[in-house]
Design a protein around this ligand. Sequence first.
Ligand SMILES: [Zn+2]
Length: 149
Amino acid sequence: MDEFDEDDPGTEEWVAKERDVSLCPCKSRLPYAGCCQPFHHGTARPETAEQLMRSRYSAYFFRLVDYLVETTHPDTREPQLKMELESIIHQANWSFLTILSTTRGEKEDKRGKVEFSAKYYVDGEQYELHENSRFKRYKGMWKYLDGKA
Ligand SMILES: [Zn+2]
């Protein structure tokens, strides 16, 4: 008899506990509460372009349209952005993020670039998005400017 039987209540309790310290969807291996959550809740601001990029990926994961709109640079923020995001954001389930490279985008910089690959599912089919994103500060805060494949 396996002592780690599925019906063992001790095991179930352990599993539930593990779930509570859920890791951030941006794959940083940090708990969400110590990674992108403070940015989503507005209690902290990303200090680097990579942090903003990660928090935007997590915002796609959690479907936080307002955060995505707010972190888009006013120079490239189309008036219909919110409506567009609301119409597409429920179609994709994001599953993985890999940061491939970063250029500038540090605490002392005004601009930065982040190259990443992200995986997502639409109707059970997996897709991969490879993008070079540009970030620029606006009123001191990192914002997403644009991106190309
Ligand atoms: Zn994160």
